[in-house]
Design a protein around this ligand. Structure first.
Ligand code: LMR
Length: 396
């Protein structure tokens, strides 16, 4: 029977990591997966995380099961981080948060909730979007619909095109929105565009799902949450957040799914359904990563250390964008690279075409996604010249 199973092609992102690891080229460059790398090309464990782990070890806790929706103190801390204290304590907004195994499980739980409980059959998402969004929501049973996102050049936002695509959206359909640092493009809407988009969503009675995987990588921890906090005052929505990137807890799988409901009763019912979905899929969340986030967010000193570290990552990526644009302009003065400076977060839709990305990999041992997405954090002072020479060569 097993012979009947067709071979699945390698994952577009994780498949490249495997290929990169096997590549014997000594000065190979990895701009593929969305993992922060420092100037030494290393993905460091954050100091705040290390200090929290020391504190947890000294406290000698238990490894007995967590509640299905995670520890109450984690849920409270995450709610405050995402929504802000004002909304958490407001008696007009009914919020609940459940701990999940990373952002992926949060998205899948949201998908299950939409399809099985709320009778939502379709979800709109940007074209392009993170490749796994398609897998996750298809697996949950939803039909995928796509709104246009990029301009003709493929490197900037086309808001009118997005709104035009949404003309075809119908009442009760879901819409997936990247809250900040759009993956894969790095292209985000402006504040006034968010407001117009929310009007459309409300006119059409759609349910937004905010994917929030990069809080702190755009402008600041607080400012990056603005679209969510704005919509939470307008209507019901779901939020899926991840601590892979902003705590560097990639392998610990830590995240959350939150719901904004219009009444206390709806809020309780939604949380009970979220618990049912979690129980059916993976029973309850793992302890360690969530305990780290909980410890850092609830300890003033550790939180300061974390905010500083996150700020440094954000600033370093912004500087790398400047350096990269300057280095490319030197090599190809007739080409405009300013869009790379306008994009935000780890990723850039670089303008590289698929054939050029393949040449970078095969001729220069430089790994990027075939869509042209590069991870800016993979650039450093040691590789920037070689990288820009190679890009200029394949782009010429
Ligand atoms: C990425 O987009 O590279 C990351 O979010 C890692 C992943 O799971 O795909």
């Amino acid at each position: 029977m097993f012979e009947a199973a067709p071979l699945n092609p390698p994952d577009a992102i994780f498949g490249l990591i495997e290929q990169f690891k096997k590549d014997p080229t000594p000065n190979k460059i990895n701009l593929s997966v969305g993992v922060y790398q420092n100037e030494e090309g290393v993905t460091p464990n954050m100091k705040s995380v290390h200090l929290a782990e020391e504190k947890l070890l000294a406290a000698e806790g238990t490894k007995s099961y967590l509640p299905i929706d995670g520890s109450p103190s984690y849920r409270d801390a995450v709610g405050r981080l995402v929504f802000g204290d004002g909304l958490v304590t407001s008696d007009q907004t009914f919020l609940t948060t459940a701990q999940t195994t990373g952002g992926t499980a949060a998205l899948r739980v949201a998908g299950e909730l939409l399809y099985r409980v709320l009778d939502v059959s379709s979800i709109w998402m940007s074209e392009p979007t993170w490749a796994n969004h398609k897998n996750i929501f298809t697996a949950a049973g939803l039909e995928l619909k796509f709104y246009r996102y990029l301009d003709q050049a493929g490197t900037g936002f086309d808001f009118e095109a997005m709104l035009e695509s949404l003309d075809a959206a119908k009442e009760g359909q879901a819409i997936l929105l990247h809250t900040v640092c759009h993956n894969p493009t790095g292209v985000d809407p402006q504040p006034e565009q968010w407001n117009r988009l929310f009007e459309t969503i409300q006119e059409k009675s759609m349910i937004p799902i905010f994917d929030f995987a990069y809080q702190g990588f755009g402008e600041s921890i607080e400012a990056d949450a603005t679209p969510i906090r704005t919509f939470a005052k307008l209507g019901e929505c779901l939020v899926c957040n991840s601590f892979s990137k902003n705590f560097g807890l990639y392998a610990e799988r830590v995240g959350g799914v939150s719901a904004v409901s219009s009444t206390q009763q709806a809020s309780q019912a939604i949380q009970s359904q979220i618990k049912k979905m979690i129980r059916m899929m993976y029973s309850n969340p793992p302890l360690h990563g969530g305990a780290i986030v909980d410890t850092v967010l609830n300890d003033q000193q550790l939180r300061q250390v974390w905010e500083q570290e996150l700020g440094e990552m954000r600033q370093r990526i912004a500087q790398l964008r400047d350096q990269f644009v300057a280095a490319m302009k030197e090599r190809l003065p007739d080409r405009d690279f300013e869009y790379i400076r306008r994009q935000r977060g780890m990723f850039s839709y670089s303008g590289l075409l698929k054939e050029q990305v393949i040449r970078l990999r095969e001729e220069h041992a430089i790994y990027a996604l075939e869509s042209g997405r590069i991870n800016i954090a993979g650039i450093n002072h040691k590789n920037i010249d070689r990288l820009c020479d190679a890009i200029a060569q394949v782009m010429s």
